[in-house]
Ligand binder design. Structure first.
Ligand SMILES: CC(=O)N[C@H]1[C@@H](OP(=O)(O)OP(=O)(O)OC[C@H]2O[C@@H](n3ccc(=O)[nH]c3=O)[C@H](O)[C@@H]2O)O[C@H](CO)[C@@H](O)[C@@H]1O
Length: 357
């Protein structure tokens, strides 16, 4: 049987942290037909290439507690499960692969109802609700952090780290005007930007620039004050595609602690100051960041205690201490698992092969 007649449904939606690992795995499985499950008007609309047909369902996450307000969400959820089930039948899908988040729930349940295998990758240290609730319905549960297994008792898990895009495996040129040799600070707030971090950085940046550093600040689309700070060596962009090139060149990164960026920092061996997003579910970014900090690859600053002055001084100290930056870079490298996409793709491949035998 030709592999193109074997069909995989990838359910990944909403953020770069969910989409880029799924895209990295999809790239490894180019022999198969791949259908993509997402939500209308989320990041998948721009990030998922046209070679994958995108199907959308109308679904949103459950907030805390159940009440009358959650009833319409519940109804939409049940409808979403049946929509995915129809998709599985229509495209004769052989297996479902998901990187978690709320899109994963109807995908896993529909796979169960249709009796096809499901594989879930959880990239965060503290597993999300869907992972905790629905792992038992999955044939394979793969983890981004080895320590996450302790939160999933009675579930067999495989540690594979988190896949990164193939751009990370070769040296990338930057199309930004940054002279060789100058210290480069990159600021990134996940795939959607972080307004609170942006504000602190704009207040602190002048002292770093005075020292001769360049700054590339990826602000996200929602920051209304992006024009409020300007300097010839300060480059401000809403989103930048060539993250591999940027992280390879950066001397220091100031970042949220999404699992995707952390994995990329390890792969590019880049030291970081991490400011976990305080409202992330179950505070998972703090736990993600702690792995990086415990390994000696980064410093964690808590947003509620952070001022522009503290951030400014922390960065200045690091810029004045290249040996500390170098030691942090080496420790970041120790966290990298270079063939994560391949390992995860092999797990998917094995399931597809079994399910079509
Ligand atoms: C706010 C929030 O809850 N974010 C979550 C979201 O990821 P979120 O997308 O916020 O953050 P991640 O760090 O996981 O991923 C960001 C991705 O976007 C890329 N990027 C970013 C900016 C840019 O200009 N260009 C670019 O390519 C990064 O290189 C990275 O691949 O899902 C992750 C995986 O479940 C979680 O760990 C994060 O906590």
């Amino acid at each position: 049987m030709s592999r193109k007649s074997t069909c995989l449904l990838i359910a990944a939606s909403g953020t770069g942290g969910h989409l880029f690992p799924a895209l990295a795995v999809a790239e490894q499985l180019s022999d198969y037909q791949i259908e993509w499950l997402g939500v209308a008007n989320r990041l998948e609309k721009t990030l998922v290439p046209d070679c994958y047909t995108r199907h959308t369902i109308n679904i949103e996450g459950f907030q805390q507690g159940f009440g009358l307000k959650t009833l319409p969400i519940l109804v939409r959820f049940v409808m979403a499960v049946f929509q995915v089930r129809q998709l599985i039948k229509k495209y004769q899908i052989d297996a479902v692969f998901t990187t978690g988040g709320y899109i994963a729930a109807p995908a896993i349940l529909a796979a169960r109802l249709q009796n096809i295998p499901a594989i879930l990758h959880e990239s965060n240290y503290i597993p999300g609700k869907v992972t905790r609730w629905l792992s038992r319905w999955c044939d394979v549960v793969a983890l981004g952090f080895a320590g996450t297994a302790q939160y999933l008792p009675n579930i067999e898990t495989v540690y594979v780290s988190t896949p990164v895009r193939s751009q990370f495996f070769s040296s990338q040129n930057l199309d930004l005007a940054i002279p060789p040799g100058v210290p480069l600070i990159v600021v990134v707030g996940g795939s959607q930007g972080a307004v609170a971090v942006n504000q602190l950085v704009r207040q602190a940046a002048a002292a770093w620039l005075d020292l001769g550093a360049y700054i590339v600040h990826l602000t996200g689309e929602k920051d209304l004050d992006v024009q409020s700070f300007q300097h010839p060596h300060y480059i401000c962009l809403p989103f930048y595609e060539n993250m591999a090139g940027l992280l390879q060149r950066a001397n220091l990164v100031i970042s949220r602690a999404g699992a995707g960026t952390l994995t990329e920092l390890a792969v590019t061996s880049t030291p970081a100051i991490l400011i976990p997003y305080p409202y992330a579910a179950e505070d998972h970014q703090t736990y993600n960041a702690q792995v990086f900090a415990n390994a000696g690859a980064g410093l964690v600053l808590t947003q509620s205690e952070l001022t522009a002055q503290i951030l400014q001084e922390t960065v200045l100290e690091l810029l004045h201490s290249p040996s500390q930056l170098k030691a942090m870079a080496t420790k970041a490298k120790n966290l990298a698992m270079i063939d994560s996409a391949k390992r995860l793709a092999n797990l998917v491949d094995n399931l597809l092969t079994k399910s079509t035998q």
